[in-house]
Design a protein around this ligand. Structure first.
Ligand code: CO
Length: 154
């Protein structure tokens, strides 16, 4: 396993629309293992493949509910809303307030290609929406209010 470099805002690869995964092979396993290690090392809530320069529809999330891998995710529905602070490993040292759904129903494939469905709420839902946006080339700063330096948010 290896720690991957996390691209920072300004890198054009963060603005691309990522492509579907079609091969559930050793390359994918290695990428997922490296993304997991990179996320844990960075103490983040989520990491999307384009953030490590791989333009594939993959993201991983590490939240209270557990650690999850989403491949070729499809958001089936959203409801409610929440508004609050968000940060991003690709926008170091900043926070901003974003409106997100309170509840998200999503289906995706796991690392073996098997489809699963999850209903996520609150912070988990926020993390999923944030990471999903990365696959579309969208960063939270595109829609955030009150973008501020990290030390001002304490
Ligand atoms: Co992010």
């Amino acid at each position: 396993m290896a720690l991957l470099e996390i691209l920072q805002v300004g890198d054009d690869r963060l603005r691309e629309v990522s492509q579907s995964v079609s091969s559930f092979d050793l390359n994918l396993t290695n990428l997922l293992n490296d993304m997991k290690e990179t996320l844990k090392n960075a103490k983040g809530a989520g990491l999307a493949a384009p953030q490590v320069g791989v333009l594939k529809r993959i993201f991983v999330v590490d939240v209270e509910e557990g650690y999850f891998e989403f491949i070729n995710p499809i958001i089936l529905g959203t409801s409610g809303s929440q508004y609050g602070a968000e940060g991003c490993l690709s926008v170091k040292g900043k926070w901003g307030d974003v409106k997100r759904p309170r509840k998200v129903t999503i289906k995706a494939q796991d690392r073996f290609g098997k489809w699963f469905k999850i209903v996520a709420k609150d912070f988990f839902a926020k993390a999923i929406c944030h990471e999903y946006d990365h696959l579309e080339g969208i960063l939270y700063i595109d829609m955030a209010d009150n973008i501020r330096d990290e030390d001002e948010s304490k």
